[in-house]
Design a binder for this molecule. Structure first.
Ligand SMILES: Nc1ncnc2c1ncn2[C@@H]1O[C@H](COP(=O)(O)OP(=O)(O)OP(=O)(O)O)[C@@H](O)[C@H]1O
Length: 854
């Protein structure tokens, strides 16, 4: 077993302690270090203090809203389709593109493909051991063959290529893209010992100092050297614009499927977080702000020295973990005359160096090495599956979702493979024939990657974009306020009168509840037309409604004025009727409800069995308001059922009216005078009627009961008038000598009303209209007292008959016929008495009582 510490220090071993000391970051301080709890590499940067944006920072996904910017211009062409032209550039002669700052923020031409695959054939390290039979050969600048198989890539570098070539081919475009605002990734892939680490980082000794063409410095340090050089140049050359940059870096490794922090080796087993707000990030991963190439080099040395290494069958210092170095670049640009930044960009550079797969088992490998190998194999296998899946997705008609979370590697590569990033895969292969199988796998992997479709965009937010977004936010806020206002204005919150779904329905509720269909035209609740509502009209209607509810005088006046259409809603009354015409709402339904009540009484069924408990008449809420709400349809509004009511010619069977005053014991006592002479059965029925009406919830309170009962009584009368028009003589009295004239029941009732009205409590409770009506009726009573007298006389049939006989005897001779006549008179008198009793019964008996015809 090899000592982990000694292996880990293989990178540092080649550096002197003084060199390390010199590489310590001068600008790095504790304040520059932070944990990515809130702002991770995947999260947007905190806005620069000079940026005047009130809204919170936008998430990384937001820049995707904007199409890729095509505003870049270039004075030189770097067509990389063949991967050859860039070789004319060198770090010593920086590409002119990068130094140019045109009218846009860091505008550069974008010619690099979204996914690029480069194959690099490592040079032979040990000719004796490796052979160098030339089985793997570069055929052209973008093709390679192994045996008789040929593979095409974006570029192919053979063993004669140096680190500078790789940088020009891969590094330079990456720096351009990153500064332009693209997320940019490099992934080095290949078997163990194929040169991945060498290509990416180079030998440790080459990390600092020499960036020359002949240097072995890897592509990563070259990239950051160029990056900071370019940033400095842009800032120096920008005369019309002020460009600020801010860079921060993190360095992690995936070892045995655990994420470790290479900048803080004590942190192990970090968690990947993925939430809609912050995107994908590694929780608590250290991020260091850097402002120079030296700062980055310090981090690279520190991180690489902490990486897990071990021996494989090919590489004695093999990397046993996947590592990822990430730099977040934020930039802000503004004109010198402007107070605000005109644009903001954020891009991410992700550099992945994978562990190599070793399929050759070491004979003396211990459990740790076996475990490392298994973890590497598993993660690389999942990566291969991921690439296969993404490659298939790009083919027409095929789509397959891949579970990125299957391994830490695939999870962290999610954005680089198939996401918002430019990706370059460097396929490192060995030059000899010994590992043909692994070389083939690597080349196939590279080929499949080429089928993946990435969607990189410039992550830039311009001032116009911010303004547009601010406008959108403002409009949405206004819509929200309007929506809330509409809800509050539906009246349901304060008074509880209206519980409509929206304003249209509420207005229809109001319209029907007021029975003022002319004042408020019916509104189609399903219509898309805009409803223009005058707030004053609504308020006025509200006041009228309250007035109707609160003023008994006004109530009765309305009743008298609209005797055939006044509509009172009760708590149980269905409001679904507002969807039908007013005529359907009124009249027949209420008449029928009364009829049902009376019929129930006749059958001796308690009204409470069919109606909910009667509300307390003393409840102020019932007297002062009429609650209208959507509820089940009450039974009282069902289709009318005509009863077998007696048909009395030209009379009004208004016996229910006394029940209006049943709440008053005085009323009962007053009316007892009238009822004392009726048969006990009739009295009982009348009492039942009163109790039924009292308990019925149709009339919730005194005021409503008075008004509604008056109205319903009138409707009942009207109904019977119509029905009895053709039967006016069905019940008639024709005993001429008695001159019996039955008066109308309403007169009788009016007598009762008058008596009751004379009582203080009732007189005070009656509205002016009702009092007037009672007075008018009492006058009629004066004219029809005959009926009352006749009634009194009818109670004394024997006396009456005797008097008749007595009076008749004076004119009739005392002969044989006299006795017959006397008997006939007695029979007639008996019949009259029966008829009078029946009349009384008829007047008191409910409408539904079946009366035998005579
Ligand atoms: N192009 C090259 N020129 C010269 N030497 C190279 C080149 N590529 C690789 N080497 C050497 O080959 C050896 C193995 O290379 P490297 O460690 O980079 O392989 P690797 O792919 O990273 O292996 P592992 O996956 O096991 O870590 C190293 O000693 C390295 O110096």
């Amino acid at each position: 077993m090899k000592g982990e510490a000694s292996e880990n220090n293989r990178f540092l071993g080649t550096l002197s302690s003084s060199s390390i000391r010199n590489l310590l970051p001068r600008s790095m301080s504790s304040s520059s270090k932070r944990k990515s709890k809130k702002f991770s590499e995947n999260t947007p940067p905190p806005l620069h203090p000079n940026i005047q944006i009130n809204d919170p920072p936008l998430s990384p996904s937001i820049p995707k809203l904007f199409p890729p910017s095509k505003s870049f211009s270039s004075s030189a062409s770097l067509n990389r389709s063949d991967g050859q032209n860039v070789q004319s550039l060198s770090p010593r002669d920086p590409p002119p593109l990068l130094g140019q700052v045109d009218g846009s923020h860091g505008a550069l031409e974008d010619l690099d493909p979204a996914v690029k695959v480069v194959a690099r054939i490592r040079e032979v390290n040990d000719v004796k051991r490796e052979g160098g039979d030339g089985v793997v050969r570069k055929l052209s600048s973008n093709s390679v063959s192994i045996g008789d198989r040929k593979f095409n890539f974006d570029s192919v570098l053979d063993s004669s290529s140096n680190q500078e070539d790789v940088f020009q081919l891969v590094g330079v475009p990456l720096v351009k893209s990153a500064l332009a605002g693209y997320n940019s990734s490099i992934l080095s892939y290949g078997e163990t010992g194929s040169g991945k680490t060498y290509t990416m980082w180079g030998p440790p000794s080459a990390m600092v100092g020499d960036h020359s063409t002949g240097s072995n410095q890897g592509i990563v340090p070259r990239i950051f050297h160029m990056l900071f050089s370019e940033i400095q140049r842009q800032q120096e050359n920008s005369q019309m614009k002020q460009i600020n940059y801010q860079c921060r870096c993190s360095f992690l490794e995936i070892y045995n499927e655990q994420i470790g922090d290479l900048l803080d080796p004590g942190q192990r087993n970090l968690e990947i977080r993925d939430d809609p707000k912050n995107g994908l990030y590694v929780e608590n991963l250290t991020e260091e702000y850097v402002s120079s190439y030296e700062d980055v080099t310090q981090l690279l040395i520190k991180g690489l020295s902490s990486r897990k290494v071990g021996a494989t069958s090919i590489n004695s210092k093999s990397s046993r973990s996947h590592i990822a170095f990430t730099m977040i670049i934020e930039s802000w640009c503004k004109g010198t005359s402007s107070k605000c930044f005109s644009s903001s960009k954020i891009s991410r550079i992700s550099l992945f160096d994978l562990a190599g797969l070793d399929r050759n088992k070491l004979g003396d490998a211990d459990r740790q090495i076996v475990q490392e190998g298994k973890s590497v194999k598993k993660s690389l296998s999942l990566l291969g599956q991921m690439v296969n899946t993404l490659a298939k997705e790009n083919q027409p008609g095929k789509f397959a979702a891949f579970p990125y979370q299957g391994s830490c590697l695939t999870h962290l590569l999610r954005e680089s493979l198939g996401g918002n990033a430019k990706l370059t895969v460097i396929c490192c292969i060995s030059p000899n024939n010994r590992n043909n199988g692994e070389t083939l796998r690597t080349l196939r992997f590279g080929q499949r990657v080429k089928f993946i479709k990435n969607d990189p965009v410039i992550n830039e937010i311009s001032e116009d974009d911010v303004n547009d977004l601010s406008d959108q936010i403002r409009q949405l806020k206004e819509e929200l306020i309007r929506a809330k206002s509409d809800v509050h204005n539906s009246f349901e919150g304060r008074s509880g009168y209206f519980k409509g779904r929206n304003v249209r329905e509420s207005l229809n509720h109001l319209r029907v509840s007021l029975n003022r269909s002319l004042m408020l035209p019916r509104i189609d609740t399903d219509s898309d037309n805009e409803v223009n509502i005058d707030e004053n009209d609504v308020r006025e209607l509200h006041q009228q409604l309250n007035k109707l509810h609160c003023s008994p005088d006004d109530n009765s006046r309305d009743l008298s004025d609209n005797g055939d259409s006044a509509h009172f809603s009760s708590v149980e009354e269905s409001f679904e009727t507002d969807l039908v015409s007013d005529s359907e709402v009124n009249g027949p339904h209420e008449f029928e409800s009364e009829d049902i009540n009376l019929e129930k009484e006749k059958e001796g069924v308690e009204s409470q069995d069919n109606f909910p408990a009667a509300p307390d008449a003393s409840d102020p809420s019932l007297r002062t308001s009429i609650n209208i709400s959507l509820c089940r349809q009450s039974a009282v509004l069902h289709e009318p059922m005509l009863s077998d009511s007696p048909k009395i010619g030209n009379t009004r069977k208004s016996m229910v009216i006394p029940s209006l005053f049943s709440a008053s014991q005085n009323n009962l006592s007053d009316s007892s005078n009238f009822q004392s002479d009726v048969p006990p059965q009739s009295l009982k029925q009348s009492e039942n009627i009163r109790s039924s009406l009292c308990s019925s919830k149709v009339f919730p309170g005194p005021t409503e009961s008075l008004a509604a009962s008056l109205q319903r009584g009138l409707q009942i009368i009207d109904y019977h008038q119509r029905n009895s028009a053709s039967n006016r003589s069905s019940v008639s009295f024709s005993f001429e000598p008695l001159s019996l004239k039955p008066c109308s029941e309403v007169d009788k009732v009016n007598v009762s009303l008058q008596k009751l009205a004379e009582h203080g409590s009732y007189a005070s409770s009656l509205c002016a209209s009702c009092k007037q009506k009672i007075n008018d009726s009492s006058n009629e009573v004066q004219d029809s007292l005959t009926w009352v007298v006749a009634e009194e006389e009818a109670r004394k049939p024997n006396q009456l008959i005797s008097q008749v006989v007595k009076d008749s005897g004076k004119a009739i001779t005392n002969n044989g016929e006299e006795k017959d006549l006397e008997n006939l008179c007695m029979e007639q008198a008996t019949k009259i008495e029966q008829l009078n009793q029946l009349v009384i019964i008829l007047l008191i008996t409910p409408l539904t009582t079946v009366i035998p015809h005579f």
